[in-house]
Design a protein around this ligand. Structure first.
Ligand SMILES: CC(C)(COP(=O)(O)OP(=O)(O)OC[C@H]1O[C@@H](n2cnc3c(N)ncnc32)[C@H](O)[C@@H]1OP(=O)(O)O)[C@@H](O)C(=O)NCCC(=O)NCCS
Length: 155
């Protein structure tokens, strides 16, 4: 189980365009190769499930997934760096998987860098198993990095 959450308890709500300034700041501070604002705008426009987790009306984490034809694809899961390792990532993942089930997904997929040990640990703790690999999928600081494909049944 993750670190015990201290109060206050975070609130979940759908993401809107108005959140993108804060989100881009977090995204840029959390990833070596962050998504651009245009990518988030596209996700919102096509109706992906985009969620915010906030405390005292300040965004501390967010997640983006698509749920189509019984499959959930987790596309982004990010916790603000100064809030990491406090249980919020696990909580957000759990929230997204509950929503995916409610939208009739019976399996969830995601991709992760082999070097992202914390994310890999989080997903394995949540019951995801490796089902494949995409070679040279991600841009890296030097060259490219593979993506591990993980999946978890949601039944
Ligand atoms: C990956 C990420 C979402 C995890 O969120 P988090 O809130 O930090 O994770 P949690 O606090 O819920 O912890 C999840 C597990 O990872 C462990 N963990 C978290 N941070 C850790 C660290 N820095 N070192 C070692 N273990 C760590 C926790 O102990 C916990 O393990 P447990 O369940 O066995 O106790 C977060 O680190 C993040 O946003 N990283 C940058 C963006 C990213 O890489 N996203 C994933 C893309 S695939």
């Amino acid at each position: 189980m993750s670190a015990v959450l201290e109060t206050p308890v975070p609130v979940f709500r759908p993401m809107t365009d108005a959140d993108l300034d804060q989100i881009i700041q977090i995204e840029n501070s959390a990833y070596t190769h962050p998504w651009t604002e245009m990518i988030f705008l596209d996700c919102l426009r096509v109706g992906y499930s985009c969620w915010i987790m906030e405390v005292d009306e300040t965004i501390i984490a967010y997640g983006v997934m698509s749920v189509v034809a019984g499959e959930c694809h987790l596309l982004n899961l990010c916790v603000k760096p100064d809030q990491q390792n406090s249980g919020y990532g696990s909580l957000l993942l759990e929230h997204l998987l509950i929503l995916a089930r409610e939208h009739k997904a019976n399996i969830a997929f995601l991709e992760v860098r082999p070097s992202n040990h914390v994310a890999l640990h989080l997903y394995q703790q949540a019951g995801f198993d490796e089902v494949g690999m995409r070679r040279n999928y991600y841009p890296a600081v030097i060259g490219r990095e593979d993506a591990i494909i993980l999946a978890r049944h949601l039944a």
